[in-house]
Design a binder for this molecule. Structure first.
Ligand SMILES: *Cc1c(COP(=O)(O)O)cnc(C)c1O
Length: 423
């Protein structure tokens, strides 16, 4: 079952697996995120099958959606985790993802984070700079641990994606410039308590073409050969994540099989273990954000559909100019259509989900679903405007469960402390 099969209309109602969203909305206050367990599972299994030809560890990129129910679903399927903070390591371990399937990425690993990761014996650190290498060596030596490391190489390729999610160009803050790579491996070999293990690359997110991957993998392969001839033993190639998803129908996105085949063609001869770090392509299309129309407002030139979900719940349109399909939860085949600016309640002009979007005519209190919100949705939410982050639920066939509650206003407000001088 792919995500189109997990989300479908039956009797004019939007269903997720075997449950009508409208029935859930009778019990849960909108807005809420709704994920399909089946869609997540199937997306993960697609990766497992596509990469079966090579020894591959699939490390789900936790930052895409770090809910414990999602991590636990993936852990049970054998997933590893790509983490970027101490908090994410703790999440992965709590979901029973074993430490030896955890890779630690990120440009700013602190001493505290490194120490924790070393004590847990994680699979590897993906190092992004020389000072980080020195820091890891120092801490590992003090703890009498060996740090298994890869270096994240910046291959200077253009991922042709949104500027805010491009990471593999020379001007980006990520990774080690590829022409400096051999020097840093040489340095690593000279430092105590460091075990050189691999090469890592991650060029960006929401890639919709295969060519940038091809260029990056080719550069990695060349580098691995050079490093091996320098006397290092490279046994792991981490190809990162970044495969895009369809946000609009008929977008042409490389298939996971095509992506895996490319990795096989370009890297199999190097006889390394492959790590792949998909985030968005596992969870993105497995979740929707369900929201209610608060008002339909007729402006001078435009009609506004004002939702009870805002940029604090889902920031992708304001942050990345992202396109998300928005559909009415009740789908009457003969319904007329209207063109709306679809906006949220937050006091920011940027709180806009879609401009001049034609969708089925909506009335006050109608439910809509913002599609493809499973990745970089809930995890990027905030309580701006003291709007409490949306509830998250998961559906599994004919069962559903709240997997994250909204905090109460009391909890949220009482987290602030009044200084003694005001008492
Ligand atoms: C964000 C990130 C990923 C996942 O990217 P997706 O586009 O969600 O697949 C993988 N690896 C690293 C290092 C990342 O920063």
């Amino acid at each position: 079952m792919n995500s189109n099969q997990a989300f479908y209309y039956r009797n004019e109602q939007l269903f997720v697996e075997d449950i009508a969203i409208n029935d859930i909305a009778k019990q849960i206050t909108t807005p809420f995120y709704c994920y399909s367990s089946r869609a997540i599972t199937d997306n993960f299994i697609q990766y497992q099958q596509a990469f079966a030809k090579q020894d591959t560890l699939i490390c789900y990129a936790v930052k895409a959606n770090s809910n414990q129910a999602i991590l636990t679903t993936l852990a049970k399927l054998g997933a590893g985790a790509d983490v970027v903070s101490l908090g994410e390591i703790k999440r992965a371990l709590t979901a029973n993802i074993p430490a030896n399937k955890i890779v630690f990425s990120g440009v700013a690993k602190t001493a505290e984070e490194i120490e924790f990761a070393l004590k847990q014996n994680i699979f590897q650190f993906n190092i992004e700079s020389e000072p980080e290498l020195e820091q890891i060596s120092t801490i590992a030596t003090r703890l009498n641990k060996i740090a298994a490391v890869s270096f994240r190489i910046n291959p200077d390729v253009n991922a042709n994606t949104h500027a805010k999610i491009t990471t593999g160009k020379a001007e980006n803050k990520f990774g080690i410039p590829i022409d400096k790579a051999r020097n840093i491996y040489k340095k690593a070999a000279s430092l105590p308590n460091i075990k050189i293990q691999g090469v890592d690359v991650h060029i960006g997110s929401q890639l919709t073409e295969i060519t940038p991957f091809k260029e990056a993998f080719a550069k990695v392969a060349e580098l691995v050969n050079a490093l091996n001839s320098d006397g290092h033993t490279i046994s792991v190639i981490d190809i990162g994540g970044g495969l895009g998803i369809e946000y609009q129908a008929n977008e042409s996105i490389p298939k996971v099989t095509e992506y895996a085949e490319l990795a096989y063609q370009q890297l199999a001869s190097l006889k390394c273990k492959i790590i792949v770090e998909p985030g968005r392509s596992i969870v993105g299309n497995a979740g929707v954000l369900v929201s209610k129309v608060v008002y339909v407002k007729k402006g001078e030139q435009r009609q506004f559909l004002i939702l009870d979900a805002g940029m604090n719940d889902m920031i992708r349109p304001s942050m990345y100019d992202a396109y998300h399909d928005i559909i009415r939860v009740k789908n009457s085949p003969n319904s007329s259509e209207q063109t709306y600016d679809i906006v949220g309640p937050v006091c920011e002009t940027g709180d806009t989900f879609a401009k001049a979007r034609k969708i089925a005519t909506c009335q006050q209190d109608d439910l809509v679903a913002i599609k493809s919100c499973g990745a970089y949705g809930a995890v990027m939410s905030s309580a701006y405007n003291t709007r409490l982050p949306a509830t998250e639920i998961m559906i599994n066939q004919n069962q559903w469960c709240v997997i994250k509650d909204r905090p109460s206003y009391e909890e949220y407000i009482n987290a602030d402390k009044i200084p003694a001088w005001l008492e």
